[in-house]
Design a protein around this ligand. Structure first.
Ligand SMILES: [Zn+2]
Length: 114
């Protein structure tokens, strides 16, 4: 993915994640419109995974799935890794605790700081 575009997404999503600092928040980046699109939080924790069936339906339209870790580091959990691979879609994770990102491209993790 283009690094300039990724930087824009990091900046946009960070604002959203910090606004929702104390809950796990989620959003997506669509293929066509390369910007961060928040998805409403209906269940305050682990809710990325309650969304998985819905994300499956639209995954061909999604470039990246983003979520925050309010109280942990930005590295994907075992469930994050499994879900990203199941959905065949990269994950971008933000740590509210350390104010940094990790981008998991389905093979490796790359850290980013805004
Ligand atoms: Zn996670």
């Amino acid at each position: 993915m283009d690094e300039g575009l990724l930087k824009n997404i990091l900046t946009q999503s960070r604002v959203y994640f910090l606004k929702n600092r104390y809950q796990e928040s989620c959003g997506v980046v669509f293929n066509k419109k390369v910007k961060f699109t928040p998805i409403k939080n209906e269940a305050p924790s682990g809710w990325t995974f309650s969304l998985t069936p819905r994300l499956h339906l639209i995954k061909s339209k999604i470039k990246i799935i983003c979520h925050s870790h309010p109280f942990g580091d930005a590295y994907p959990s075992a469930l994050d890794t499994k879900t990203a691979i199941d959905l065949d879609t990269p994950f971008l994770i933000y740590s509210c605790l350390y104010d940094n990102f990790v981008f998991f491209d389905l093979e490796k993790c790359k850290p980013y700081k805004v």
